[in-house]
Design a protein around this ligand. Sequence first.
Ligand code: DO4
Ligand code: MG
Length: 291
Amino acid sequence: MKLCRFETQGEIRFGIFEEESVLDLTGSHPRIFSNIDTLLFQVKEENLSVRELIEKYAKDARRLKLEEDSLRIPLVPDEIWGAGVTYLRSRDAREDETKTKGLYDHVYSAERPEIFLKGSGRRCVGPGELISIRSDSEWSVPEPELAPVLDRDANVIGYTIANDVSARDIEGQNPLYLPQAKIFKGCCAIGPVISSQDEIPNPHSLQIEMRISRAGERVFEGQVNTSNMKRKIGELIRFLKINNTFFGCVVLMTGTGIVPPDDFSLEDGDVVEIEIERIGTLRNAVQKLSS
Ligand code: DO4
Ligand code: MG
């Protein structure tokens, strides 16, 4: 099942994505199916699975035609976290850009993964919205990442796509500048849906593709399979959870395995598409922020 948020008649609703149509869960039971948080609250109250809850309360849900461009961010997570240097390609890119040589070799092979806070979900955009380039960066890239969606007990609810937009020049100047390279208005996109666990029997065997277009021309494309990830998702979640408390849903980006060549930087007006099998395609245009 693919959970989504969609707009209809000026209202944002929660539902089940079925390609051309959508099952309107909010319309069938607004209190329970207002969003992922209300759904998970009820799941816990009744000790049911998400599927059982939907079967119990949404028997009469109406099927609506999905209007073009009507999908919205599938959830506004309380926090977004990122794992870094989880693919060899990312380790090599970081080693090339940094002045602190050896640092990323070390984190790639260390027992403890790199896990950083990308920020609040309120800084995140959904499908079709604008992602940003910082005004003080001349070298920024999208990072296409598989992203488990976790409940407040850090159980995996499902998977979405994340774009961990990053300023490589700021990250490369000094590793302590990471929050500035990673956190700014429009620094992250997620969506288009949350694919439940049963849609993704093996998250370590998913094809990821990224395409970037400029003025209608393809300027970059790359692929990777999540089987190339050095770390297991369970391992990343285990470290994220240690002595931590969550106050709502959390999205954990699992790192990028696709990095455009070093002479490539995003530009205002570019369009980035990230496709992950069994989830869908997340498409966002780029804006350069003014200072
Ligand atoms: O250490 C920098 C962050 C790397 C990252 O975001 C990634 O590997 O995806
Ligand atoms: Mg990343």
